[in-house]
Design a binder for this molecule. Structure first.
Ligand code: PFF
Length: 443
């Protein structure tokens, strides 16, 4: 992505491509299921608007003002190395996310192949759960599929084909959207489906605890791609006259709609076909094949759906891997051995292959010693990103612009309003700090 996007709509598409991904289709449903349904969704939406919107704008702005990725942006805008730790944290966060995100991207590829060969035909809930469990035991297969995702993403970055991706996502993203809408409508007419919709939209506020609030905030950051520097990079490619607020708002609305649609498909299926809302990370993967079996042309629709899910995943992994690649290029630029883009893509790919192998081995029980806080690497990276790394990354970025970047740097930009500054200086940091400390029982 050495060059900028071809148009303003290009930046929006790329940002939407980064944001709309497995977070909305995979992580959102099972996290909602684990946290009790409707009340959690309200918290998620509130967090996305109160924290998410200013934070997305903030990251775009940091990128747009500096024209750089996270590493260069913090250095250029601060004029010192004092804020550099934030870009290191971004690097760590993205590495942690990709260590499990590619595993799940691999699941999408596997499910696409299974769907194409009609493997789910006639399977009920128990059989679909058993099918997933059996797959989860096959470390080598999971590694192979995860590596396919890594190689594909690396190829896009290697050949610098963002224009092609832009064109592709102009067609494929709306297609994903259409399939989701079509399926969500189909679910309304399903016997027992309304129980799922009630679960989704009837809030039970007794389910809200401080941990649940932290989960909702983390999920909203995850689905919005906030707090890890990805949007800084895309902000760096923005044309100067791009409206940051409008782009951010459109992106957020899109994410919220896709997440809710995914919920409106998964939960009716949970109740209609006898799954549990607390199924965990496999929730989407066990329920969707059940849905397709009862739809028109199951083989074609399910294959198309999982293919589009792969595309959604890859447009997100591109944005994350780009953070790592740009980091290595920018951080080594002034050293004796600067890494060029291609070298950097190779180094990052190798690191990610290793991280994913470790993640899979610890998940499948082949290497039980690979655990953190009693969890396998997949679960611990997932939890750590959600509850620690993204909130801190977002908090740091807000404090950076709110308190450090001289206002003159962004005067004239439409987002530099008084309210925006108050939100970045006070509301976002205090809000994140309270939620964070409360969930750790510190306050
Ligand atoms: N927002 C992406 C999703 O919901 O799948 C995940 C993600 C992409 C997180 C890019 C962070 C990021 F920088």
């Amino acid at each position: 992505m050495g060059n900028s996007f071809s148009s303003k709509i290009g930046v929006l598409l790329a940002a939407a491509g980064s944001a709309v991904g497995l977070g909305s289709i995979w992580k959102f449903p099972y996290t909602v299921g684990e946290n009790g349904g409707g009340a959690f969704i309200i918290l998620y939406i509130v967090c996305s608007l109160i924290f998410g919107l200013p934070l997305v704008m903030n990251e775009f702005l940091i990128g747009k003002l500096s024209g750089k990725s996270a590493y260069g942006a913090y250095r250029t805008l601060s004029g010192t190395g004092r804020w550099q730790w934030l870009s290191w944290m971004n690097l760590l966060s993205v590495l942690a996310i990709l260590s499990f995100y590619f595993v799940v991207t691999g699941w999408c590829f596997y499910y696409m192949a299974e769907a194409a060969t009609n493997s789910f035909a006639g399977m009920d809930a128990k059989a679909l759960e058993a099918h997933f469990t059996a797959f989860e035991g096959k470390a080598l297969l999971m590694i192979v599929y995860a590596v396919i995702g890594i190689v594909l993403t690396a190829s896009v970055l290697w050949f610098d084909v963002n224009k092609g991706i832009e064109r592709l996502s102009k067609i494929l993203m709306p297609l994903l959207f259409l399939i989701l809408i079509f399926m969500a409508i189909h679910m309304i007419f399903l016997d027992g489906g309304t129980t799922g919709l009630k679960y989704l939209f009837e809030p039970d506020f007794s389910k809200i605890t401080s941990k649940v609030i932290l989960q909702a905030m983390g999920l909203s950051f995850f689905t919005l791609s906030v707090g890890v520097g990805a949007l800084i990079t895309y902000g760096g490619y923005m044309p100067q006259d791009q409206n940051v607020r409008g782009t951010s708002l459109q992106m957020i609305v899109l994410v919220l709609i896709v997440s809710l649609l995914a919920g409106m498909i998964v939960f009716p299926a949970v109740f209609a076909y006898g799954f549990s809302p607390q199924e965990g990370p496999e929730l989407t993967f066990v329920t969707l094949p059940a849905v397709f079996q009862h739809m028109f042309a199951p083989t074609v629709t399910s294959t198309a759906f999982f293919a589009l899910m792969c595309v959604a995943a890859i447009t997100s992994t591109i944005s994350m891997m780009e953070v790592m690649v740009a980091f290595f290029c920018e951080a080594t630029a002034e050293t004796k051995r600067p890494l060029n883009r291609h070298h950097s893509v190779i180094v990052v790919s190798l690191i990610l292959i290793l991280a994913n192998i470790l993640s899979v081995l610890s998940m499948t029980g082949h290497a039980n010693w690979l655990s953190v806080m009693g969890m396998n690497l997949f679960d611990s990276a997932n939890a750590c990103v959600n509850n620690i790394l993204m909130p801190i990354g977002a908090l740091g970025a807000a404090l950076f612009t709110g308190w450090f970047v001289p206002k003159t740097r962004y005067q004239g930009s439409r987002v530099a309003s008084f309210i925006y500054l108050v939100i970045l200086r006070w509301i976002v940091p205090i809000g994140i700090a309270i939620i964070f400390l409360d969930s750790l029982n510190i306050i």
